[in-house]
Design a protein around this ligand. Structure first.
Ligand SMILES: Cc1ncc(COP(=O)(O)O)c(C=O)c1O
Length: 411
């Protein structure tokens, strides 16, 4: 059953959280990201899916499509480059470095021996490797046993040196920290741990760009949120914390109801909610939803999630695969979408919550609900995508283009 969080509050955004994540700093990150040629210059689309909304018995369903953020395939492309740039600016304060100059590789001679390292389940590492390549520093990526070869090659394509370990994501995080301490490398991680918070905070701040876009695209006003509910996929909690903090700061006590969705076997945020503190997952952690297969909550993220997330939901892998197919199929009024295993988890969670009266009640979902989902990734593992959807991502994109050109398609 979903867990209704007794610690969720509806107050103005607290000052102690604003010191870490703020709309002002998110705006600066967004401006900086505009200098990176690997990101598409336009905001990612926000699509209405009216047929799916009707099937689910809600008023409106919207999807922010981060699959279209860049060739890197996920929203993670917003986080790592910001943390890397902030690190470099802080480390060489007297060199007069400019952000556009960094992203265009103007300082590669200065940075050629600077090495950054991170663990990843795929998307963060790919984004870090790509940012390091553009900027001109060295990058080492630590992968755990379950990361597919396909994901490894996608990271190595950006010149990163790959280290493989046995074990899970959390062990790869520890190995990255060990290698960094041994060789004097800089960890640029998307999760926090004791004594390591500022960099994951910078990563989370980068994700704020997508929330700024959604608020503009939906013409949301502080006291009139366009959405009544927002579902957020949970890995270590960074994405959810970033989006929750932005919406909380913007809407104050009128913020939408926020729900976190995780794999059943990698339920660290759900367990944290129950324990009332950052906790570990109760299961095996491995999941088809590779980006969400994390066993340990980011303590920094938890500071934001505990007071802001209204409801925590866990999901079996099979539901994510079903949601991928549902989004890929589209309909007369719903555009077909390429959503990877973790990207589709928001829809899977929503479908589960809409299934019966008891769940709908816990989530306060009804015929008036206006729900926002974030498709956090496209087909970041194309072979897995094809196997699960029964169609290639390219073929879905072709149908997407045909759908747009069909007579009567929404503009
Ligand atoms: C596609 C995708 N969605 C969601 C997440 C969850 O983000 P976080 O680990 O910050 O909670 C990840 C994490 O890697 C991801 O790759």
């Amino acid at each position: 059953m979903p867990y209704a969080n007794p610690h969720a509050v509806r107050t103005p955004y607290p000052e102690n959280l604003r010191q870490w994540l703020s709309i002002e700093r998110a705006a600066q990150s967004r401006d900086w990201l505009a200098n990176w040629s690997l990101l598409n210059p336009l905001p990612t689309p926000l699509y209405a899916l009216p047929d799916l909304a009707r099937q689910l018995g809600i008023a409106q369903l919207w999807v922010k499509d981060e699959a279209q953020r860049s060739a890197l395939g996920s929203f993670k492309a917003l986080g790592a480059p910001i943390a890397l740039v902030r690190q470099i600016l802080a480390r060489w304060p007297d060199q007069g470095l400019s952000v556009p100059g960094l992203f265009s590789g103007e300082y590669r001679h200065l940075l050629k021996d600077y090495t950054v390292i991170s663990a990843t389940d795929g998307n963060h590492g790919r984004a870090l490797a790509a940012a390091a390549q553009s900027i001109g520093c060295r990058c080492v990526i630590v992968l755990h046993a379950q990361v597919s070869l396909e994901r490894e090659l996608a990271i190595a394509a950006y010149d990163a040196h790959i280290v493989r370990i046995r074990g899970h994501y959390d062990q790869s995080v520890a190995e990255a920290a060990r290698l960094a301490a041994t060789y004097g490398w800089q960890v640029i991680a998307d999760t926090s741990y004791a004594g390591y918070e500022q960099i994951p905070c910078d990563v989370m701040q980068g994700y704020g760009a997508l929330v700024a876009e959604v608020l503009e695209q939906s013409a949301s006003q502080p006291a009139q949120p366009a959405f009544s509910h927002v579902l957020l996929q949970g890995g270590v909690g960074g994405l959810a914390a970033s989006v929750a903090s932005y919406l909380w700061q913007f809407h104050g006590p009128d913020r939408p109801r926020l729900m976190v969705v995780e794999p059943e076997q990698a339920d660290c945020l759900y367990q944290s909610a129950k324990a009332g503190r950052a906790a570990q997952a109760s299961g095996t952690v491995d999941s088809l939803m590779a980006g969400l297969a994390c066993g340990a909550t980011s303590p920094l993220a938890w500071r934001f999630l505990q007071p802001s997330i209204d409801c925590f939901v866990t999901l079996p892998d099979a539901l994510a695969a079903g949601a991928m197919r549902q989004l890929a199929s589209g309909s007369a009024r719903d555009i077909p979408l390429v959503a990877g295993e973790s990207g589709a988890a928001g829809l899977a969670g929503l479908s589960l919550m809409c299934k019966d009266g008891a769940r709908r009640k816990v989530a306060h979902l009804d015929a008036h609900s206006r729900v926002l989902l974030i498709n956090t990734e496209g087909a970041t593992s194309p072979a897995v995508y094809q196997q699960l959807v029964g169609e290639t991502a390219d073929s879905v994109i072709q149908r997407q283009q045909q759908w747009r050109q069909a007579p009567g398609a929404p503009g």
